[in-house]
Design a protein around this ligand. Structure first.
Ligand SMILES: Nc1ncnc2c1ncn2[C@@H]1O[C@H](COP(=O)(O)OP(=O)(O)O)[C@@H](O)[C@H]1O
Ligand SMILES: [Mg+2]
Length: 270
């Protein structure tokens, strides 16, 4: 006879479905620079829409090791999860029709403009934080701004410790239930400072308590099994650098100021 707890164990987790389900492809993401595809994974009666980014499709970059972006996306999910943040949708590394790649839960019906976007000068809504001035196609002055919520602050703190070089507005998704996710975490975990983000609105301000709590959980786990798990995806130097960034942010729990010696904002910012 199956006990209640056994039947819970029998229900595959989202990660198990992503990792072990049969993967079929439905189409390509047209705007993707890394040949990202949308597909479906099926395991028993379970079926999930997913993103599949094969390592073979990765565009070479001068400053990141070739063929390692998919692994960084998996590491990003595991780091966010260790902090108790949903910042990345569940993500695994597995085989697919075009070889090894990352497979990530697709966030259905996501909105991208409710978190960070552009406004005409003077039009930033109350409670939003302006980040930079820009000029529109018709020379009209614009302001890039983002919302001011603890969930988005957790994304910003994640980006600091993950050293995310590509936090643009289109990489922030809100599902129909209002849950915020970040995507496209391939440009992360470099050993040198690379943070490029539009989430500078809290620069110089203290981290919210809930963010500090998440970072403490991450710090704790990095001293335990998380470091061993991450060794499948990141080098020892990259894991050490992640731990050092986490320690540093907790030692001085204030959102950093944008650097002056390199580009602080990804291009395009949206
Ligand atoms: N897990 C996801 N769920 C829903 N939409 C996604 C997901 N991942 C990516 N997207 C959408 O697809 C776009 C391209 O994906 P992205 O990960 O940025 O690919 P690339 O590596 O080519 O830049 C994103 O900007 C986002 O709109
Ligand atoms: Mg992208």
């Amino acid at each position: 006879m199956r006990s209640a707890s056994a039947s819970r164990v029998d229900t595959p987790s989202v990660e198990a479905i992503l990792a072990d389900g049969a993967l079929t492809l439905d189409g390509r993401l047209i705007e993707s620079s890394n040949n990202a595809m949308v597909g479906t994974v099926r395991l028993g009666d379970e079926r999930l829409r997913c993103v599949y980014k094969p390592i073979r499709g990765e565009r070479p970059l001068w400053d990141f090791p070739q063929g390692r972006l998919a692994e960084r996306e998996v590491a990003a999910f595991q780091v966010a999860q260790a902090a108790g943040w949903r910042v990345a949708p569940p993500t695994v590394l597995r085989e697919g029709p075009f070889g090894t790649g990352m497979v990530q839960l697709w966030i259905e019906h996501a909105q991208t403009d409710g978190v960070a976007t552009v406004f005409p000068v003077g039009g930033v809504p109350d409670g939003w934080l302006p980040v930079m001035h820009a000029v529109g196609a018709d020379d009209q002055p614009l302001v890039v701004a983002h919302a001011d919520t603890p969930e988005l602050a957790a994304v910003a703190a994640f980006d600091v410790v993950a050293n995310n070089a590509d936090r643009k507005a289109s990489h922030l998704l809100v599902d129909p239930a209002g849950v915020l996710y970040g995507v496209d975490h391939g440009l992360t975990f470099h050993t040198e400072p690379k943070l490029r983000t539009i989430l500078w609105g809290w620069a110089g301000r203290p981290l919210p308590d809930v963010v500090v709590a998440g970072l403490r959980a991450l710090q704790e786990r990095l001293r335990g099994p998380l470091a061993a798990a991450l060794a499948s995806y990141l080098s020892a130097a990259e894991i050490d650098a992640l731990a050092a960034r986490t320690d540093d942010l907790l030692a001085d729990p204030v959102f950093p100021e944008p650097p002056e010696d390199r580009t602080p904002i990804p291009w395009p910012p949206l």
